[in-house]
Design a protein around this ligand. Structure first.
Ligand code: F6R
Length: 607
C-alpha cells in the first residue's frame, strides 16, 4: 500500500500542494518519498528513501516548481527502500515519469522484453516498466493518452498509476485497476490521490474512478475513459462532507475498524506474492531436515494456523515456536539442514530477531515474511516475502494477521505442488477458493458486523470469556482471544476444544460465555461433543457456524453466521473477522480506545 497524488493547476507551483497531499497520505506508507513536475521543458524529479519530513529537509520537495506534478509515498513491495527504488520512475530519456500504488504481476516478462528492445532500467521496482512501455508506445507515434492506455492493457495485477509526459506537458494521465484512485475536481486546478484526505482542504468534489478506467486531468477539465475501449465515460462529482480527521480514517471512527475493512484488498494483495519467491522458499523447505516457524503474538498465531496447512496440504511437518522460547528450547537441534521460517509484521521484534540471529549463527537458512521491506528481518533473511498489507495504524494486528496467513498458505501450496501431494482437482478447487477469498471476507463483514455488535453489547459486562476450536480453528480461537484480551483487558481464555475437559471446564458455571469456532470441516462432528459438554454446565454458548448449520447452532445461545463451503485451510482468514469485530466492539463498549491499548507498543523492540 503506497500513496499517490497529483495536481494540475493554472497558477502557482505544485510543490506546496504535493507536499501537503503526501503528508496526508503518509499513513499509507512512509519508507521513501518522491515528486516529479514539468518545468522549463524538463521533467524535474526529487526522491529519496526516508520519511516525508526527512526527505523535505534534504531535498525541499515542498519547493518543486511547475504547474503539473505527481507525488508518491512508498511502502516497499518490489525492491528495498532506496533512492533508486523511490518513485517517480522515468523512462530512458527522462521524458515520462510515473508513480504507482499496487503490484504489477507480469513485470518480469515485460522487463525482459523491454530490455531486449534496448531499454535501460535504473531500479528494481515493478513500476519502472510502465514508464518504458509508454516511452515505447510514444516512439511509434501515438499520443500520450493513447500510449498510457495501450501500456495499461498489457499490465496484469493491481495498479493505480499517474503519469506526466514532456510531449504533452499540460496534463496528468492516471489509470485504476483494483487499487484506489480518486479525482478531486477543483477550480482552476484538478487533483488525483489514493485517498480523499489528500486533497480535502482544496476541494470537496470527488470523482470516484472505477476499475479499468483512466482519467486525463488538465487544469480546467477531467476526462474519464474506459481503458479497454478508449470511449469516454461520464460521471458527476460527489460532495464529500467529511472533515480531514474522519477522512484519514476513511470515515471510520477508529483505524482498527478501517483496517478490518481493508482485508478484502490486503488479502488479495498478499495472495499475489510472485511465484518466484514462493518457489525459492518451497525449495529451501523441501531440502531441509527440520523446519521451524518462528514468531511472536499474532504472527505466531498465523504460524500456528500454517502448521496445519503445511501438514494437510504439503504433508510437511513444521514446528511452530514462540520466538522468545526458541533458543532455550531448540538451539541443540539447529544446524545447516535447518530452515527457520520467521514471520514478523514489523520485522523488528526483538525476541524474533534474537532467535533468528541465534539460528543463523548455527548455520540455519532464514526465510522471512514481513510487512516492512528494509526491516532488520529482511536484512537477516536469505529469502523474504512482503505481505503487502500497508502500514497498520491500530496497535492490534488485524489485516496483517490475514495477510501473513495468506502468504504462509501460498508457501504451503507451492510446497504441495513441488511434492505433488495434492491432486490436480484438489489444487484447482483450492485455487478457485483463493480467488473467492475477497468476496467471502466482504460478505462476512457486511452481513455480520451488526449481529457481532449486538452480541458484544449483550456480553459486555462479563468478567471472562473462553474461545474454543479444533484443528486449524485452534489458531483462530487463540487469535480471537488475544484480540479481546489486549483491547478490552478481559482475562480471556483459549484452548483446543478437546483439551478443555482436562482443566478449563472447572471454571464453567451458569452463564459463563464460551465462543466456539466451528466451521463445517473435518473436526465438526467432534466439536459437537465439546459444545454439549459446555451446554451441560450451563455455559452461554456463542458459535461461529456456517449459515445453514443446525447442530452446533441448535445448541448455541447466539450464533454468528459464516459463508458456506470455505475449505478448512482457508477458514482462519474468514473466521477471525467476527472475532476482530467482537474485540473492537467490546473495547468501544467498555469505554476504551481500541487503537491505543494500554501498555502495548506496535513494535516490541525490547526483550
Ligand atoms: C497483537 C500484536 C502483537 C504482535 C507481536 C509481534 O495484536 O500486534 O502480538 O503480533 O508483537 O509483532 P511482529 O509481527 O511485528 O513481530
Amino acid at each position: 500500500m503506497c500513496g499517490i497524488s497529483g495536481v494540475v493547476q493554472l497558477t502557482g507551483e505544485v510543490g506546496p500542494t504535493l507536499y501537503d497531499s503526501l503528508k496526508r497520505l503518509e499513513y499509507r506508507g512512509y519508507d521513501s518519498v518522491g515528486e516529479a513536475s514539468i518545468s522549463d521543458g524538463k521533467i524535474l524529479v526529487k526522491k529519496q528513501a526516508g520519511k516525508i519530513d526527512e526527505v523535505e529537509s534534504e531535498l525541499r520537495i515542498s519547493q518543486l516548481q511547475g504547474q503539473v506534478g505527481i507525488g508518491h509515498t512508498r511502502w516497499a513491495t518490489h525492491g528495498a527502500p532506496s533512492q533508486e527504488n523511490a518513485h517517480p520512475h522515468t523512462d530512458c530519456n527522462g521524458s515520462v515519469a510515473v508513480v504507482h500504488n499496487g503490484i504489477i504481476e507480469n513485470f518480469m516478462e515485460l522487463k525482459q522484453e523491454l530490455e531486449a528492445g534496448g531499454h535501460r532500467f535504473k531500479s528494481r521496482t515493478d513500476t519502472e516498466i510502465v514508464a518504458h512501455l509508454v516511452e515505447e508506445n510514444l516512439k511509434h507515434g501515438t499520443g500520450f493518452v493513447e500510449a498510457v492506455r495501450q501500456a495499461a492493457k498489457r499490465l496484469s495485477g493491481a495498479y493505480a498509476l499517474a503519469l506526466i509526459c514532456l510531449a504533452e506537458p499540460d496534463k496528468i494521465v492516471c489509470v485504476r485497476k483494483e487499487s484506489p484512485l480518486v479525482i478531486g475536481a477543483g477550480s482552476n486546478a484538478n487533483y488525483l490521490a489514493s485517498d480523499i484526505p489528500a486533497f480535502l482542504p482544496r476541494t470537496k468534489n470527488a470523482i470516484l474512478l472505477e476499475d479499468d478506467e483512466m482519467a486525463v486531468l488538465t487544469h480546467d477539465r477531467v476526462r474519464l475513459l474506459n481503458v479497454a475501449t478508449g470511449e469516454e465515460v461520464s460521471r458527476n462529482p460527489v460532495t464529500v462532507d467529511w472533515n480531514v480527521e474522519t477522512a484519514t480514517k476513511g470515515g471510520y471512527p477508529h483505524f482498527m475498524l478501517k483496517e478490518i475493512y481493508e482485508q478484502p484488498f490486503t488479502v488479495r494483495s498478499a495472495l499475489r506474492t510472485h511465484p518466484m519467491y514462493l518457489e525459492l522458499m518451497a525449495s529451501a523447505i523441501s531440502r531441509a531436515k527440520r523446519i521451524f516457524l518462528l514468531a511472536c503474538g499474532t504472527s505466531y498465531h498465523a504460524c500456528l494456523a500454517a502448521t496445519y496447512a503445511f501438514a494437510n496440504l504439503a504433508k510437511v511437518e513444521v514446528t511452530p515456536v514462540v520466538a522468545s522460547e526458541f533458543i532455550d528450547g531448540y538451539a541443540a537441534l539447529i544446524d545447516n539442514d535447518t530452515v527457520i521460517l520467521t514471520v514478523s509484521q514489523s520485522g523488528e521484534t526483538a525476541d524474533t530477531l534474537t532467535a533468528v540471529r541465534g539460528a543463523k549463527d548455527r548455520g540455519a537458512t532464514i526465510l522471512g515474511v514481513t510487512n516492512v521491506m528494509g526491516s532488520t528481518l529482511t536484512r537477516l533473511a536469505d529469502v523474504y516475502i512482503g505481505q503487502n498489507s500497508g502500514p497498520e495504524m491500530g496497535v492490534a494486528a488485524t489485516k496483517t494477521f490475514t495477510a501473513q496467513y495468506s502468504v504462509l498458505l501460498k508457501i504451503a501450496i507451492a510446497l504441495a505442488k513441488k511434492r505433488e501431494t495434492l491432486s490436480h482437482m484438489e489444487l484447482e478447487k483450492l485455487e478457485s477458493a483463493l480467488d473467492g477469498m475477497s468476496e467471502w471476507i466482504s460478505s462476512t463483514l457486511a452481513t455480520q458486523e451488526e449481529s457481532v455488535r449486538r452480541i458484544t453489547e449483550r456480553n459486555s459486562d462479563r468478567f471472562s470469556l473462553c474461545f474454543l476450536g479444533r484443528g486449524i480453528s485452534v489458531a483462530t480461537a487463540l487469535e480471537g482471544r488475544l484480540k479481546l484480551l489486549e483491547l478490552s483487558y478481559l482475562p480471556a481464555i483459549a484452548y483446543p476444544a478437546g483439551e478443555s475437559k482436562h482443566g478449563f471446564i472447572s471454571v464453567v458455571e451458569d452463564g459463563y460465555p464460551v465462543i466456539f469456532v466451528a466451521p463445517h470441516d473435518e473436526c465438526y462432528s467432534r466439536i459437537i461433543g465439546n459444545v454439549m459438554e459446555m451446554k451441560a454446565r450451563h455455559a452461554h454458548i456463542i458459535s461461529l457456524v456456517e449459515e445453514d448449520d443446525t447442530q452446533v447452532a441448535g445448541l448455541s445461545d447466539e450464533t454468528i453466521l459464516m459463508p458456506k463451503g470455505i475449505p478448512s485451510s482457508l477458514t482462519p482468514i474468514v473466521y477471525i473477522l467476527p472475532l476482530q469485530l467482537f474485540a473492537y466492539y467490546m473495547s468501544v463498549t467498555r469505554g476504551y480506545n481500541p487503537d491505543f491499548p494500554r501498555n502495548l507498543a506496535k513494535s516490541v523492540t525490547v526483550h
